[in-house]
Design a protein around this ligand. Structure first.
Ligand SMILES: Nc1ncnc2c1ncn2[C@@H]1O[C@H](COP(=O)(O)OP(=O)(O)OP(=O)(O)O)[C@@H](O)[C@H]1O
Ligand SMILES: [Mg+2]
Length: 270
């Protein structure tokens, strides 16, 4: 079985940063990785270190009207009625739209698959759903999905395609409350493994936060990992750069890599 990871969480907690670091982590360990951006304001490309001008030119799959029309037989936004293909051909999407980030790492910007926003089941969503569902992968492959903030991802017939979810949270009561709600939703959809990544932890508060969170996670059989607030993440963002320029020995990178090693040890040692 390939690895299909959904990175979810409240807005601004660090989902894109985590998705980018995880994509590099897995690809550096020899897995063939497909990173998917399903945010309506996609920015995973930049986080992966794709130069800004190139990143800004990427047309998300769900906005590529010409391609959608070709594959589904209907143009989004037009009076397409009920007559469009629900099972469009998707097997060549990676080849056609996959952007090479490094050896073993490709990015496809899918764009928002928010049925509520785009109008019930439109051709664009049919195409995106079919792609996420049928993205074929081998044993040593992984797909990492950077999702839209909040709970929408659970209502779109999307989350059930995953066997692992990382819920990214900030260490505040509010953010953690939302995270535990998202975790329950993920569980109800049958996602087998769920881990909580508490990000941006002030180092002097780690002990206190750890005690609180571990207790809650223990009750729910969810793994808990703690990532310190790291200035180098913020500085790279200020320059419009990606995780590829984070210093390898910075506390945030070390903590992320340690967390990923533990979280995915079951997969990596197979
Ligand atoms: N451990 C950390 N230390 C310091 N800054 C961080 C850390 N993790 C993420 N950030 C910063 O927090 C901001 C939000 O991160 P990111 O874009 O990854 O969040 P997100 O959950 O994807 O946001 P959105 O919901 O808008 O998609 C960025 O400026 C990022 O650099
Ligand atoms: Mg994001």
């Amino acid at each position: 079985m390939p690895l299909k990871v959904l990175v979810a969480g409240k807005g601004g907690t660090g989902k894109t940063t985590t998705s980018a670091l995880l994509s590099f982590f897995l690809s550096l360990r020899g897995l063939k990785v497909l990173a998917l951006d399903t945010d309506s304001v996609p920015n995973l490309a930049q986080a992966l270190g794709v130069p800004r001008d190139k990143a800004l030119k990427i047309i998300p799959l769900t906005k590529n009207n010409e391609f959608i029309a070709k594959r589904t037989g209907a143009k989004p936004g037009e009076a397409w009625g009920i007559f469009f293909r629900l099972n469009p051909q998707v097997d060549d999407i990676i080849e056609k739209f996959g952007l090479r980030v490094r050896d073993n790492l490709r990015l496809v910007v899918v764009g928002s698959i928010d049925a509520a926003k785009e109008g019930c089941l439109c051709p664009a969503i049919a195409l995106a759903r079919a792609f996420l569902k049928h993205v074929m992968m081998d044993e040593r492959e992984a797909v990492v999905v950077d999702s839209e903030a909040g709970a929408e991802v659970f209502g779109r017939g999307l989350a059930e395609n995953f066997d692992h979810m990382i819920c990214v949270s900030e260490p505040t009561v509010k953010s953690l409350d939302i995270s535990f709600r998202l975790i329950e939703m993920g569980k109800n959809l049958g996602i087998e493994r769920i881990d909580l990544l508490v990000n941006k932890v002030p180092p002097d508060k780690l002990g206190m936060i750890r005690r609180k969170v571990l207790d809650e996670c223990g009750k729910r059989d969810v793994g808990a990992f703690f990532i310190p607030y790291d200035d180098s993440f913020f500085l790279s963002e200020m320059e419009g750069r990606g995780v590829d320029i984070y210093p390898e020995n910075s506390p945030g990178v070390i903590a992320m890599n340690e967390a990923f090693s533990e979280i995915f040890s079951y997969f990596l040692r197979r």
